[in-house]
Design a binder for this molecule. Sequence first.
Ligand SMILES: [Zn+2]
Length: 191
Amino acid sequence: MSEKNVLFPGDVIANEEEYLPGKGTFADDGQVSAANYGIMDKDDKRREARVEPLTHVPRPMGHGLLVAGVMQQVRDNVAFVSLIPYTEGKVRWVAPQDNAVLRVANVRRGYVNSLKDEFLVGDVIRAKIIHADDDSIVLTTDDKNLGVIKAFCDRCRTPMELRKGELECPSCSWKGHRKLADDYGAGVLIE
Ligand SMILES: [Zn+2]
């Protein structure tokens, strides 16, 4: 028997002592977490946790398309985002290996000193493509509906909640700041 569930990247699936990290997961600090947006597949026989991406047929992407991704690396001036494959009907919108960049100038209106002030590694974001060619995909989060849609606590990795306009960890009360999408926490990947 295996248990199935929809997961966001970064969601903790199991303790490493209970399940081995399988396809679509990563192990970190004794925990197995989802690397993809997809369906959880816990194989009790092999004691292995996997995440099957929600994907089917690829579709060309381009300027103006909304995408979701996970912050992989955040530097002062540029962040690297792995795009999350997702489906609508039988159409897949991005390929599993697609990566994109977000520059500090495209975070939001107004001056942003460093991307590290607005994002953390592991954040799930919704963004818009402003440039795409064979070599690179460039994103912007400069709009109300764009930005972080799921953030994890800096200290304990619990998904953070929006309380009185502030991001707060329900587990350890840590407060954080992000460039949020206006529907943060609604669980919608692409609106
Ligand atoms: Zn916390």
